[in-house]
Design a protein around this ligand. Sequence first.
Ligand code: AMP
Ligand code: MN
Ligand code: MN
Ligand code: MN
Length: 276
Amino acid sequence: MRVYDLHTHSTASDGVLAPVALIERARSRSVDTLALTDHDTVGGIAEAREAAATEGIRLVAGVEISVSWRGHLIHVVGLGIDESDNDLTKGLESLRHRRDDRAEQMAIRLEKAGIPSALEGARRYQTTDILSRTHFARYLVEIGRVDSVDKAFKRFLSAGSPGHVPMQWATLAEAIDWITGAGGVAVVAHPGRYKIDEIQFDGFLEDFVESGGIGIEVVCSNLKPDQIKRFAGIAKKYGLRASAGSDFHSPKSNRELGRLAPLPEDVVPVWQDRDW
Ligand code: AMP
Ligand code: MN
Ligand code: MN
Ligand code: MN
């Protein structure tokens, strides 16, 4: 049986391992099919693909797109994309520009909250052209304003806190069109992490399916068996295929590469009938 991890990050966005190091870790953790799904960029795919060929890992080209749906930030993962697709790369580029604008606004808000030079500080953690809240969080930890990245989000960076800037990211239809237009499949990322009630989430899933989305992450890091059961039920209800991904960012976190429960037997895996 193959071991899949279809949701991971590298230094191309807010992960701490370069694509080559990520592939090496996949090999040492016995993951044989890995998707690199950086936030709003495909900048790490070429390097990952080359390393994967050397290490004997099957690489699935992927991306995790920031979507605004009725005021909620939702992440949509694209798997099996052609990363050179023109509409996809143009779309992702526009999201990265929005990130730069947001970062400037965030720095202004953080300054008012008593944190100077946050933009310069965050930029020191930035590794490519993606500027993420994670980079701000690492800076807040560095200067001792909080003692963990998680607290940086809770106190300063998440919706409703002083440094948060409301944004309009891609629409759901845009994100799914970019992914499917590039030959990929669109999957709802980490469905347990949205602050959205069940009725609204049903509405979201209806829109997702109607827009051409075909999958949902049923198995993610740290999910309890009853949560996996719930998401498997949702997958069946909406005719969605099931994906499995750790959302690995860093060796120091509790979302370890490839550390995932098996998919329940009554769902259709997202990789069925595909060459990965
Ligand atoms: P951004 O895409 O720049 O808005 O940042 C979102 C990223 O921040 C997510 O993909 C996570 O990697 C990270 N993140 C969000 N909330 C938390 C949290 N509570 N603790 C740690 N990281 C978080
Ligand atoms: Mn992230
Ligand atoms: Mn995410
Ligand atoms: Mn992710």
